[in-house]
Ligand binder design. Structure first.
Ligand code: ASP
Length: 320
């Protein structure tokens, strides 16, 4: 008996990840860079999927996949986080468990190696959902969360991106190097485990030259991240202000719960209709309780990957 096939068939597990919506223009992408991005996605996908295959929880799987991308310098989260308008890194992250609706979130933290680990620890070890800044950092210290010095987060490319706009009043999504080349940063993962539990996790460095103290959609439960066993798990990437105003992740869940839409109908409506109408560029990854996967975006591309319930793997950057 082939254990792996048996597991895949019986377990009904699946996972999807993203490394940001909007991408470097295809014309500017080199083979080497593309191979690097794909490796970052592949590694993160494998780590999360292995946990699910071994019978682990979706919560552990999404945490592990996001942590892997936080450690990968090309993605705008953790180590690869962009600079804010003071030349510092302020990171946001959140995680949610669909079985219990428990959630953990953190915003505007510096020097935390893996903000997603901190978000999960807040969920599991504090009576709160959301901690920010020094309070979150103090909680991190007390709970043995790993810190790194500023040098760990320094990256020449990110520094140049900041230098180009630092004296202006503008802020930009990761890798916007001209009006036509936008890349949204942020990483995220959604998963369904063998017990039928859904989880979602998202982590970001935000936007280059963002105002000190600015918080995007990523750590906001319901905007950038949401999971509910009755409906779906969602992780977003894109222009955070518009995603907050559209309460994107919860909206997708609500359209399923209250309007009876399928996952793909709900995602399509939010990404290609509601968001477009208010100028919200970006994308989402989502999985429903039946292991259906949706990877949808209204930008030029989205770094994305998934393994479906039949064990079929998919990795892509641009529109097909
Ligand atoms: N949504 C993130 C934010 O606004 C940015 C991104 O997805 O790239 O902070």
């Amino acid at each position: 008996m082939n254990i792996c096939n048996t597991k895949n068939t019986i377990m009904n597990i699946s996972i999807a990840i993203h490394g940001g919506a909007g991408t470097i223009l295809a014309s500017k992408m080199t083979n080497e860079l593309e191979a690097n991005y794909r490796k970052g996605l592949q590694d993160a996908l494998n780590i999360g999927y292995d946990i699910l295959k071994q019978g682990g929880s979706s919560l552990d799987a999404v945490e592990a996949s996001v942590k892997s991308m936080e450690d990968f310098p090309l993605f705008n989260a953790g180590k690869g986080s962009v600079f804010n308008n003071k030349g510092a890194h302020e990171m946001d992250a959140s995680i949610m468990y669909g079985k219990t609706l428990e959630a953990g979130a953190v915003s505007s933290v510096s020097n935390i190696k893996n903000p997603i680990v901190l978000a999960k620890t807040i969920m599991q070890k504090s009576e709160h959902v959301f901690l920010c800044k020094e309070g979150a950092e103090e909680f991190a210290k007390l709970n043995g969360i790993e810190f790194e010095n500023d040098a760990y987060f320094y990256n020449d490319t990110r520094y140049q991106q900041w230098q180009e706009i630092k004296d202006s009043d503008t802020f930009q999504l990761d890798h916007t190097d001209n009006k036509h080349d936008k890349k949204f940063g942020t990483v995220g993962a959604v998963a369904l485990d063998k017990e039928g539990n859904l989880s979602a996790a998202t982590s970001t460095g935000g936007m280059t030259n963002k105002k000190f103290g600015r918080v995007g959609d990523t750590p906001m439960i319901g905007a950038g991240t949401y999971a509910n066993n009755n409906t779906c798990a969602v992780s977003c990437t894109g222009h955070g202000e518009l995603f907050i105003r559209s309460v994107v992740a919860y909206d997708i869940s609500c359209l399923m719960e209250y309007k009876g839409m399928s996952l793909s109908e709900a995602c399509k409506f939010v990404v290609h209709d509601k968001l477009i109408k208010i100028g919200g560029e970006g994308g989402i990854i989502a999985i429903d309780k039946n292991a259906n996967i949706c990877l949808d975006f209204n930008s030029e591309g989205m770094y994305r990957a998934s393994v479906d319930k039949d064990g079929k793997e998919f990795i892509a950057i641009y529109k097909n």
